[in-house]
Design a protein around this ligand. Structure first.
Ligand code: SAH
Ligand code: TMP
Length: 384
């Protein structure tokens, strides 16, 4: 599992599952074929912390300010966030003095948010918890979520929960990595256990309709290699914007409903694996030192699918204290703090956190200035 960073004494005790995706020819939903039990992924020790990236802090501040200006304008407005993690988004809502509640089962991340003065319920959002929130807090004007709805296999219960909790003219706004970008740029490492669904406008529209909602707006976002922010309202409550129609047309042109598109995607992925493994092997054979940068969830797919272990990538640096001193899941590569990167610099760095390339390359500019080179593997294997 992509966030199951292990301590050295846990080697050999890991759980594995089959990572494979399927495609629904009726509604074009792309999803995992096997489900990892939610309690194995999201618990007190879940290590991911959203606030580790300056880019994402800024992104979520802007998302919150936008909701405050457009939707949370009433006297006693109420915002709920599903998957609030360390409070990166709700911080701004709280500072505006607006009533809010974060819902997140990962207790360690939730504690960080609570210490910032954010109200959090340590729980899984689903129909039953939504009912309890509705009873104690009343209807929500906004239910917001980022990079979380796609993580939830029991999505029917989420939509029923939103139905229970949302005010009559409220909006359910969520953003997630976008299937169109994943296919177009072969971002195959976006496929990992937590990303149960890979959403597109077409599949989200069909999903919304099944639960009495309507997709009324979509917005492209540049974060995480390409995401979409979907706005759902109760059917008939709001007039859909032209963005929905435009994106649907674009998806038809991209062939997202065509099985042949997925066969091409699989070929592109296999080529990346062959190229990356051959590059790393030849660097190893010629005595070059290679380390990884960013012990991302995505990197678990890359290392496990390509069979990359500590012999090819000596260690991975990552700024998240909860990951440091541990080993990457499945591939068992040690994770060290970024301080280890320059001590001494390697010859090559495999950038697993390619979605933070600008931030990381700026921070580590002395590496390149000293002759070091970055290896990227999407949309194809290349060195910069
Ligand atoms: N919104 C943040 C965090 C994304 S990580 C961001 O975009 O950076 C996904 C988060 O969803 C984790 O913190 C996880 O604990 C949480 N999560 C998983 N299932 C959930 C559920 N059913 N209800 C609420 N949160 C959930
Ligand atoms: P993400 O791709 O899921 O956002 O994860 C990014 C990972 O990269 C996370 O574990 C933190 C790490 N990281 C660094 O080590 N240094 C950095 O400068 C940034 C932005 C992220």
């Amino acid at each position: 599992m992509s966030n199951a960073f292990l301590t050295p004494d846990q080697v050999g005790t890991e759980s594995f599952f089959r990572l494979a995706i399927g495609f629904c020819t009726a509604c074009t939903m792309v999803q995992q074929l096997e489900e990892v039990p939610r309690g194995k992924m999201f618990h007190t020790d879940y290590p991911y912390r959203s606030s580790g990236s300056a880019l994402m802090r800024k992104h979520f501040e802007q998302a919150a300010l936008h909701l405050l200006e457009t939707e949370l304008t009433g006297n006693d407005a109420f915002a709920v966030e599903i998957g609030s993690n360390d409070g990166v988004m709700l911080k701004t809502v709280k500072e505006a003095g607006v009533r809010h509640l974060g819902v997140d089962p990962s207790g360690g991340a939730a504690d960080v948010a609570t210490r910032k003065g954010i109200r959090v319920r340590v729980d899984f959002f689903e129909e039953s918890s939504a009912r309890l929130i509705r009873e104690t807090d009343g209807p929500a004007d906004v239910i917001y979520s980022a990079n979380t709805i796609s993580h939830i296999a029991y999505i029917d219960s989420i939509l029923r929960g939103v139905e229970v909790l949302l005010a009559p003219n409220g909006v359910f706004v969520f953003e997630d990595r976008y299937l169109g970008d994943i296919i177009e740029h072969t971002y195959f490492d976006q496929i990992y256990d937590e990303h149960f669904y890979l959403f597109a406008v077409q599949s989200v529209q069909a999903l919304a309709a099944r639960f009495g909602f309507e997709l009324v707006d979509v917005e492209r976002l540049a974060v995480h290699g390409g995401a979409v922010r979907y706005t759902l309202a109760r059917a008939g409550a709001r007039t859909p914007r032209s963005s929905v129609r435009e994106m649907l047309a674009r998806e038809r042109a991209l062939g997202l409903a065509d099985p042949a598109t997925y066969a091409g995607f699989a070929n592109n992925i296999a080529k990346i694996r062959a190229d990356l493994v051959s590059l790393l092997r030849s660097l190893h054979e010629t005595g070059h030192r290679v380390v990884g940068y960013g012990a991302t969830s995505k990197s678990a797919t890359v290392t496990n699918y390509c069979g990359i272990g500590p012999e090819l990538v000596a260690f991975v640096c990552d700024s998240t204290p909860e990951k440091q001193g541990r080993l990457t899941p499945g591939s068992n590569i040690p994770v060290w703090s970024p301080a280890a990167f320059s001590n001494p610099y390697p010859d090559f760095a495999l950038l697993f956190a390619w979605n933070h390339a600008d931030e990381i390359m700026a921070k580590e500019r002395r590496f390149r200035a000293g002759g070091g080179r970055w290896i990227l593997y999407v949309p194809d294997v290349h060195i910069v």
